[in-house]
Design a protein around this ligand. Structure first.
Ligand SMILES: *Cc1c(COP(=O)(O)O)cnc(C)c1O
Length: 430
């Protein structure tokens, strides 16, 4: 009551739709009103009322090294002295492109944009131009930004044409997006067979963060690659979330399977707005001005953003040891919460890989979007609010991944587990 966050939110509601500039920031699905953040450093967010929270959102992924890492902060501070944006090439663009190409073997050429949404929109335009086909296949529950072609739900019948998930997306756009079931190769094969020689690309989050964390079953990604190759379609890994998070080369560093195109965002900007898409030179050379596929950006390759991104990628290549370390922490937390669920006899599953994980309040192992939707979101709301009370800031939705950073020390993990125990007990009393 009487909090500054509350009064700011009241004002925000008057002038910003829903009071937020991205719907995932609202507390609609968990109850309460969002906190306004004053500042962030290391493992902590501090709100405008002066309360501190352990940060398990990390700006929805970018903050791999925690908030305001000194190496990134100093790089941006130094770059500020040279101006903010030129609308002409700058050397950093070459350096960051070389860096990305050196880190991700499937990328021979890369184009910088300003967000993950821009990257996926451009990647499917390119895939359509390259294959001279119109349709794309995505998986139910995978999020690829807010481009029209991706805001499509399949409903139950995977063979039926897509219907828009949002008003404003036209049915003619929706009909070119087909939707398969994640971890279900047969559903994908069915779509290929029902639409011969018309699928430009299959796009997916190879590890899904956007229905809560869901991990591919053995053989699933390999099977997608085979189907794409057999049908002459491009395979696009949307690694906006997993890129540089699961390994220095993203998910594709964990598997021999290689995509034709990759989309990147989040970590690649070190907290500033950057996205990118890249792949084989032969495909990427179709982009203007090298080729006929138009894609542009006034602020693309902006010197401040590329400075932050380059500092981030340099940190990663200088510190490859963070990945086993983050995985150890992820496993420790996941195991700790699993034990709490078991001790308290609460239905739940924890999915975890590296520094990503989700606690689902369900009886069912979560392997796709339908499984995820069996979760008890009321329980999650109670859990979320108590975690906040205990000073732990989780993503405010059941269907999101939590993100760990290297700034989380063992004492922080103990704090999170202690908070979780209290929050889980609350879900029983309710
Ligand atoms: C966040 C995200 C996007 C969209 O990126 P924005 O920068 O928010 O536009 C696309 N794909 C995936 C997998 C994401 O997690």
């Amino acid at each position: 009551m009487g909090s500054l966050s509350g009064s700011y939110f009241d004002r925000a509601l008057q002038v910003i739709p829903g009071g937020v500039n991205s719907p995932v920031r609202a507390f609609k699905s968990v109850g309460g009103s969002p906190l306004f953040i004053q500042s962030a450093k290391g493992a902590y967010l501090k709100d405008v009322d002066g309360k501190e929270y352990l940060d398990l959102i990390g700006s929805w992924g970018p903050m791999l090294f925690g908030q305001a890492h000194p190496a990134i902060e100093n790089a941006v501070r130094n770059a500020l002295g040279n101006g903010f944006s030129f609308g002409a090439p700058s050397y950093n663009e070459v350096l960051i492109a070389e860096k990305i190409v050196s880190m991700i073997p499937s990328i021979e050429k890369v184009r910088l944009v300003n967000s993950g949404t821009e990257a996926t929109m451009a990647a499917i335009r390119l895939a359509r131009a390259y294959t001279k086909r119109d349709k794309i296949i995505k998986f139910e529950g995978c999020y690829h930004g807010h481009g029209d072609s991706f805001l499509i739900a399949a409903g139950s019948g995977v063979a039926t044409l897509g219907t828009p998930d949002s008003p404003g997306v036209t049915t003619s756009t929706a009909k070119d997006t087909l939707t398969a079931v994640y971890n279900d190769l047969a559903s994908l094969e069915h779509l290929f067979n029902a639409n011969p020689s018309s699928i430009a690309a299959v796009i997916l989050e190879p590890v899904v963060g956007n229905m809560g964390l869901v991990i591919p079953e053995p053989g699933f990604i390999e099977g997608i690659r085979q189907l794409c190759t057999a049908h002459g379609s491009l395979l696009i890994f949307d690694e906006v979330m997993t890129g540089f998070r699961l390994s220095p080369s993203g998910y594709q560093g964990l598997t021999p399977v290689q995509p034709d195109l990759t989309t990147l965002g989040k970590i690649i900007g070190g907290g500033l707005p950057v996205g990118a898409y890249g792949g084989r030179a032969e495909i990427m050379n179709m982009i203007a001005p090298a080729g006929p596929v138009y894609q542009a950006g006034t602020l693309s390759g902006n010197p401040l953003a590329t400075t932050a991104g380059l500092a981030m990628l340099n940190l990663i290549t200088e510190h490859p040891e963070i990945y086993p370390e983050l995985n150890r922490k992820g496993e420790y937390l996941a195991q700790g919460i699993r034990e709490q669920l078991w001790e308290l006899n609460i239905d739940g599953f924890v999915n975890q890989i590296g520094s990503m994980f989700t606690l689902f309040f369900t009886k069912k192992a979560v392997k796709n979007f339908s499984d995820a939707k069996t979760s008890d979101t009321t329980k999650f709301g109670i859990y979320f609010r108590e975690m906040l009370e205990q000073g732990v800031y989780l993503p405010p939705s059941q269907f999101e991944s939590w993100f760990l950073s290297t700034a989380l020390e063992d004492a922080h993990l103990e704090h999170i587990l202690k908070a979780s125990r209290i929050a889980l007990e609350k879900t029983i009393q309710a």
